[in-house]
Design a protein around this ligand. Sequence first.
Ligand SMILES: [Zn+2]
Length: 324
Amino acid sequence: MDVNDLPEGITHLGDDVFAIDTMLAGYPGVVSAYLIRSERPCVVEVGTAGSAPVLHRAISHLGLAAEDLATIVVTHIHLDHAGGTGDMAAVFPDAEIVVHERGARHLADPSRLMSSAAMVWGDRLETLFGHMRPTEATRIRAVGETGEIDLGGGRRLVSHYAPGHAKHHMGLVDTANGDLYVGDALGVYNPLTGDVRPATPPPDFDLDACLRTLRLFGDIEPRRLMFSHFGAAESVPETIERAEAELRVWVETVRESHGTVGDLDHAIAMVRDKVMTRYAPMPAGGAEVLDTLAGAETNVSGIVHWLDRLEAERAEKKDMRPGE
Ligand SMILES: [Zn+2]
């Protein structure tokens, strides 16, 4: 196989790392998986259930037989990242499935995950994500604060718990070259312009946790940031700074309108007017889907949910204070 002559959708990024466009619901440029074709090959992110045949074909094209894949790891269990885990586990029978401990049971039994996704996506669930199949529990390895994946030949992928976008989210560092797989922790990256747009969905979004995760990622001093949406970014400190600045703009804008009448709609309108104009359009093709996954409505709902949670916590503390 000639790495300079790859089919569309597969990109060689050096060091035996390949980006694979998983073509979410047929759209290019939305969800990238990565194959590290080391001695013990590993796939990072699988995309949706509907994407599993695309990813399987790409991995086979890159020379791996069914028994060759050693590990499948997902940064978190949202359907656009992990929906195809059960299907991929079935076609790569020797692969161990690695996930953060707070997401593990949902891979083994996706029923709750699917029903909460149905509440968010309604009719669009089937077309966007397909149906998530369970993964055999005995093949799942759950990791905690940190974890390790053996890539062979002394190369490892080290996981770091990285909440904020979701409470089952982690980042993964390749010890051979310092690549950091960031999942959705920084948001959505536009490879054409370098724009970063936050991804702050309900129910887990937490600004403070997000900012701690960004600090952790900065301290790691990665060589590249490997975005699931979409592609590798080489201007590392600038991109992390941009992610932080954007998060603050979104949260401030929503905070300003929080607590007023018509709350959610008002906040969404404000974000559309004041915030969305900060970004160049995403590359054609998947732009509309990315607007659904990390657009004004989803993000504002997540931020409002978090602000409400903070308020409830504050009220609870006040109630518990004696003599008031
Ligand atoms: Zn995502």
